[in-house]
Design a protein around this ligand. Structure first.
Ligand code: BGC
Length: 324
């Protein structure tokens, strides 16, 4: 797993480990502190130790080629977890969520929340954020969202005052860090929104949305004359569900990591039994089409978070700040 610094990877790691152990597998779970060179030496060790399958959520998906050549020589199957491993022919399978669909759902949420599909003409101000450029998902999220939003930018209904819409050059946030998002939002508010309120912020995930909310709060948002903008997110991190309840964030894509864990177990079982591996799509990784499985996504907002996240047993009420 890439890092312990974000809630989701701790949960992914724990879920996958528990589900595999329940089936009798021995699991070596490593976190790489968001450093691809650290992850590469962890993988090297695991190959040396003689593992049977590698499940990898990468940091920089294009920088594993060398170590995966060793996996190939050793005949060890590789499953890319959540993030595609690119620029290598040694990525045997990929289990993920519909990444393009995540961005599309965020973009369509904005369109519908503003009533743009009902003919609302605004104009509304929008700023866009993107994820880490080394993460293949970040480009897909951005593409999905912009496919929904670009027509309204082109027609002038959505106005990006900063003019910054290009991913990764203008809007990417390194390592998906909240602080990076907070700093960029501070700069945008100072430079372009001194005399007017911002209406919408496209954030691809929850760690960025946390930084964006911190920036909005320090700029005085959250009153009737300065209401919070529409703000998207992804992962339904506990802190962000709290932000949704308080009206600081509008939605978060829910990716049920229990389902992804089960998919990885199904793939692992099938690979080791020499059976057909369950897939429902392919992703091109620059070299090959990787047989892949896309899990489904949903979104949580102020109306459905409890049903989706608590009644489903994913969280307890006391997990979520301010929910009780
Ligand atoms: C994942 C997101 C996550 C982001 C930052 C992406 O690859 O798909 O769920 O928010 O990484 O960790």
């Amino acid at each position: 797993m890439p890092t312990k610094s974000l809630q989701r990877w701790n949960e992914d790691g724990a879920n996958v480990k528990a589900a595999l152990e329940e089936k009798g597998y021995t699991v070596d779970l490593q976190y790489a502190d968001n450093k691809q060179d650290v992850q590469n030496s962890q993988i090297e060790n695991q190959i040396t130790m003689g593992c049977d399958v590698l499940v990898i959520a990468s940091i920089d998906g294009g920088a594993l080629g060398g170590v995966l050549k060793q996996a190939k020589d050793a005949g060890i199957p590789v499953i890319a977890y959540d993030r595609l491993i690119t620029n290598t022919d040694k990525c045997d399978y990929y289990a993920t969520f519909d990444n393009y669909g995540v961005g599309k759902m965020q973009g369509e949420f904005i369109v519908s929340a503003l009533g743009l599909d009902q003919g609302e003409k605004g104009p509304f101000s929008l700023e866009c954020f993107g994820g880490d450029p080394g993460d293949n998902n970040a480009g897909l999220f951005n593409q999905g969202a912009m496919d929904a939003l670009q027509p309204y930018i082109d027609s002038g209904v959505l106005v990006v005052k900063s003019g910054q819409t290009k991913f990764p050059d203008q809007i990417a946030i390194t390592n998906w860090e909240s602080k990076g998002a907070q700093d960029r939002m501070d700069n945008l508010l100072t430079a372009y929104y001194a005399d007017s309120n911002i209406d919408v912020v496209l954030s691809p995930n929850d760690s960025l949305a946390q930084g964006i909310v911190a920036s909005l709060l320090s700029a005085g948002y959250g009153s009737s004359s300065k209401p919070f903008p529409i703000l998207t997110g992804q992962d339904c991190d506990k802190i962000n569900v709290g932000q949704i309840i308080r009206g600081e964030q509008s939605m978060s894509i829910f990716k049920d990591t229990r389902i992804l864990a089960n998919q990885v177990i199904a793939m692992t079982d099938a690979i080791l039994a020499g059976q057909e591996v369950p897939t429902n799509t392919t992703y091109h990784n620059g070299v090959i089409d990787v047989p892949s499985y896309n899990c489904e996504i949903q979104f949580a907002n102020k109306d459905n978070w409890k049903e989706l996240l608590v009644d489903s047993g994913y969280y307890t009420l006391s997990d979520i700040p301010g929910a009780e």
